[in-house]
Design a protein around this ligand. Structure first.
Ligand code: UAG
Ligand code: ATP
Ligand code: API
Length: 498
């Protein structure tokens, strides 16, 4: 496509500066030879500072947010690179992106929002679709791509330019269905603006991100935007959740609302839940039929997640019976309820729980195992400070031993993060150790061989972010160094009784 075809009539491109381009990149680090770089004003800096880097990487043109004007830059790859300035760039960008990637409008997209469970629901959807012989794209925290081949992503919800580029590339490979994680930051920052969703899912809303949203009311308002400010064909809402019930009753939602959960009121309802150490089962009543759902997953929250994934696909016409059969083969999501074992040593569970509600769910999920539980957890720096004592309260109430440690202190003083977490009752017997590897080793050491050590917060992450630097680190690698091996979700033998 030529530059003028994308930006005119909103921005005039003189014919002598018009040119073909490949993709659109809003971040210089993503620029490939032949791309257009968009230099826009951000929350921390201005993309203008990165124009030189973008040109160095092969940008053929730059559209920059600023007073109307034009300048020409030297390039190692082209005779000259035009830089067009306009104060309307931010306002026009969504239209321009949809013009460039117009074919994406034909795809079947599912948006999943909520505090916890987005990665799980999107990945379960992709797995289930795959078992039904329909390849499915996934865009989220664990990466972007066609399941299971995902490329690392910078954000849970990428910038609209990145989302559209990925979706079009999936489409070119014959993939027409994709599940997107939609974060509240993504909604507020218009990262999914203009996309049409055949289903929009709300998993739950509990405390997180108040550093960014200020209050739960604002956080909820951001999530609600997916359902009232976007083009959706069906809403699928968890009504076991307080905010879910509020949303389901919202008359501003201009489409069919389907509900799910254990509630008697839910249109997709699970009941007769039987939890086992090796998985769970429940009876599922839905508009597409009823049947036994057998899941090789741990934790009732995963029953809710799998139910949402099944309903999101059934709403698109997938066969319900086939989905139930496929659900028996679901695999846990990387870094979520991953079990690690070692002879004569406690079971270790690695999970991405980094909110009070997620930590509560994980600890409660392990209660039926009737073992002593040690919790190792930390709280992220440059994130919601007020969730720290709440996480500590959950750990104090639901674990027998607690180790407080670091989890991406980012630009903050780790000691201050500890002080925030400990600023609540019942934390005086917490063990505190900033070095996460050492905290894990000591927690395992002091837990009886028939106990469980839950290592929460980092899940799949392969780094510890300290003062802007991502140092290589992974909970799984620490466990491996300590002689642990991954058990898979289904423990064999009687190591851990039901
Ligand atoms: C605070 C925040 O949300 N920032 C997001 C925002 O960046 P920004 O526009 O403020 O960017 P900036 O840092 O001021 O830089 C200005 C411009 O220069 C560009 N740039 C920047 C550096 C560089 O080397 N080259 C370059 O071109 C940036 O892409 C940007 O266009 O827009 C960018 C593009 O969409 C996001 O990548 C970026 O996410 C940052 C990295 C981030 O950490 N965000 C977190 C808080 C976030 O969004 N989290 C949610 C998950 C929440 C959940 O768990 O539910 C998410 O969806 O990821
Ligand atoms: N439906 C759920 N309800 C409550 N907690 C959940 C649910 N699903 C998962 N969790 C917990 O939350 C953690 C994160 O799950 P998941 O990665 O699916 O959420 P997410 O919404 O994608 O998170 P993020 O946006 O921060 O990446 C899990 O490791 C688990 O502890
Ligand atoms: N998407 C979440 C991930 C948090 C993961 C946890 N390890 C932390 O650093 O707090 C966030 O950026 O808030």
């Amino acid at each position: 496509m030529k530059l003028s075809q994308m930006v005119m009539p909103e921005l005039f491109i003189p014919p002598e500066w018009d040119r073909e381009f490949a993709q659109i990149a809003v971040d210089s680090r993503d620029v490939q030879p032949g791309d257009v770089f968009i230099a826009r004003r951000g929350l921390k800096s201005h993309g203008e500072e990165h124009i030189a880097a973008a040109i160095e990487q092969g940008a053929v043109a730059v559209l920059a947010e600023g007073e109307l004007g034009f300048r020409c830059e030297q390039s190692p790859h082209f005779p000259a690179v035009p830089v067009f300035f306009s104060s309307d760039i931010a306002a026009c960008l969504t239209v321009w992106l949809h013009r460039r990637y117009a074919s994406v409008a034909d795809m079947k997209l599912v948006a999943v929002t909520g505090t916890n469970g987005k990665s799980s629901v999107t990945q379960y959807m992709a797995q289930l679709a795959g078992f039904c012989a329909v390849p499915c794209g996934v865009l989220g925290t664990l990466g972007n791509g066609v399941w299971p081949d995902l490329q690392t992503s910078r954000n849970t919800t990428a910038d609209l330019s990145v989302i559209l580029r990925n979706l079009q590339s999936m489409q070119e490979r014959g993939v027409n269905t994709a599940a997107l994680e939609v974060s509240s930051h993504g909604l507020t920052q218009q990262r999914v603006a203009g996309l049409n969703f055949c289903v929009a899912v709300l998993t739950n809303l509990t405390q997180d991100h108040l550093d960014y949203h200020g209050s739960m009311a604002d956080y909820f308002a951001a999530k609600r935007q997916l359902f009232v400010g976007h083009d959706i064909q069906a809403a699928l809402i968890n009504i076991d959740d307080d905010y879910g019930r509020r949303l389901a009753a919202d008359t501003a939602i201009n489409t069919d609302v389907m509900t799910y959960g254990a509630s008697d009121q839910a249109s997709v309802r699970y009941s007769a839940v039987k939890m086992q150490a090796r998985g769970m089962q429940a009876w599922l009543d839905t508009p597409w039929g009823s049947g036994l759902l057998v899941l090789p997953l741990i934790g009732e929250f995963n029953l809710a997640n799998a139910t949402a994934a099944i309903a999101a696909l059934a709403l698109q016409g997938f066969d319900f019976v086939q989905l139930l059969q496929a659900a028996q083969k679901l695999e846990p999501v990387a870094g979520r309820m991953e079990l690690y074992v070692k002879d004569n040593a406690p079971l270790a569970v690695v999970d991405f729980a980094h909110t009070p509600d997620a930590l509560l769910n994980v600890l409660q999920a392990l209660k039926p195992w009737n073992k002593k539980i040690t919790a190792v957890f930390g709280c992220g720096g440059d994130r919601d400070r007020s969730k720290r004592p709440l996480m500590a309260q959950v750990a104090a109430a639901h674990a027998d031993i607690v180790w407080l440690t670091d989890d991406n202190p980012r630009s903050e003083d780790p000691q201050q993060i500890f002080a925030d977490a400990l600023n609540t009752e019942n934390t005086s017997d917490f063990y505190c150790e900033h070095d996460r590897s050492r905290a894990i080793a000591q927690a395992l050491d002091m837990t009886a061989a028939d106990g469980i050590v839950v290592i929460a917060g980092k899940g799949h992450e392969n780094y510890q972010e300290v003062q802007g630097v991502k140092l290589p680190y992974s909970d799984a690698a620490v466990l491996s160094q300590l002689g642990y091996r991954k058990a898979g979700q289904l423990l064999s033998g009687d190591e851990h009784a039901e």
